[in-house]
Design a binder for this molecule. Sequence first.
Ligand code: C2O
Ligand code: CU
Ligand code: CU
Length: 491
Amino acid sequence: MKRRQFLRMMTALGASSATGMLLPKQSVASEADLEVVLAAVKDRIPVLPGQPTGVWRYQGEVIKGDPGQLQNLPNSWLGPTFRVQKGQRVRIRFRNRIPQESIIHWHGLHVAPENDGHPRLAVPSGEEYVYDFTVDNRAGSYWYHPHPHGLTGYQVYGGMAGLFLITDKEEQGLGLPSGAYDLPLVIQDRSFDAQNQLVYVRSPMERMNGFLGDRIMLNGRADRKVSVKGGAYRLRLLNGSNSRICRLAWSDGRMLQIIGTDGGLLERPLQVPDIMLGPAERVDLWADFGDMRKDSRVSLLSIPFRSGGGHRGMMGRRSGLVLGSRYELARFRVVSRGTGPSRPPEHLARVEKLVPKDAVNAEHPKRFLLEMRHMQPTINGRTFRMSEVAPDEMVRLGQTEIWEFVNTGGMMSMPHPMHIHGLSFQVLGRSGGPGYRFLDEGWKDSVLVMPGERVAVIMRFKDHKGMYLYHCHNLEHEDLGMMRNYLVRDQ
Ligand code: C2O
Ligand code: CU
Ligand code: CU
């Protein structure tokens, strides 16, 4: 880290932080289990037939530790997939080589504020920011992406995103499908011009609604075909789209076997015919191709739903891939004979249950109104200010709180996928919405709040003091300022 950044970081942290990060650099360096250089670069990659596509993406290199912990995806704009073990100490040198300021946020990770990628920590083009943290989350599928204020949607759209997969002893003891049978599937939508170049938002209206592309991309590639062997797979789905919501279902009508959500494995598998998957949400599926014949096919689809408010009608005209219509996300072809049907373990993992009586505000949950005001998405009427924290955005270290996100509904209302940094929460309940099946199980960090709906979540603020974000993960909404700080203070 350059001295200037370090000083800036110190200032940003202020006197309130007493974390272990601010050790002399030398003593930190020697202790990392995995050290990685992760550069944000401009690149051109083959995406569609014909001209290569200009992208911005992350390029990684292991400089200390096991090189196998970083998996580069060929011909993809996605950054390398991290595979780390809970308890490992990782040190990541982010080198900003794109012509904009940037910073990396580790989505879902429970890390100290200086490792969280708050926009106030963004570094200019040409500079470096060093992350150093011990992986403390449960096993699960997390991810990383840029977080500079006002530029997040643009940079993620350009290709900057990657997976951060964590495993732990409990998960390893289960013998879930692994290696080639552990298959991440990142769903994103994009539009291209006639020269194969990415097209982003073209109008204020499009920005207000959230960008919708006219084709689905899988793992940063145009090819949505996946060859699988006739056995059981763990499919780790991430909706990495800027604003697109999917309603997942299998094309042959079989049930979705959900084994995990944002923050890792559920207590037991859950069988549902379909599930809503909002931006930034993850779902782990047990997919059994073991009783399928060689060369047979099955697809994961997004099936019809209504997104409500003004969103639906407008988007219907604007996008080649109408939000809430029926389209394919991934097509699986079975390339070898099946090994027979199989089921996920009946008990997957321990999930500590947070209950309302643990919350200091059980009688008076904090309420956050999600509202469009004159084309401006707001939270309790407010928008983002770099270091502003309102009284109702202050919480105490060690305490548990209930927050209620209230989508006020009405003509202009649209879905808001709400995300809280630095922790995992649990969904206590939802009401007033369209009644679809949502990913409300297990540990979560992002939750879809539909027009007219209220969703209550419960969380504990532990280990780290300081400033974190909560925001709408419709990245255009986030960039428009539908984001706020919350501050974890001393007991
Ligand atoms: Cu994935 Cu603040 O976001
Ligand atoms: Cu996040
Ligand atoms: Cu929103």
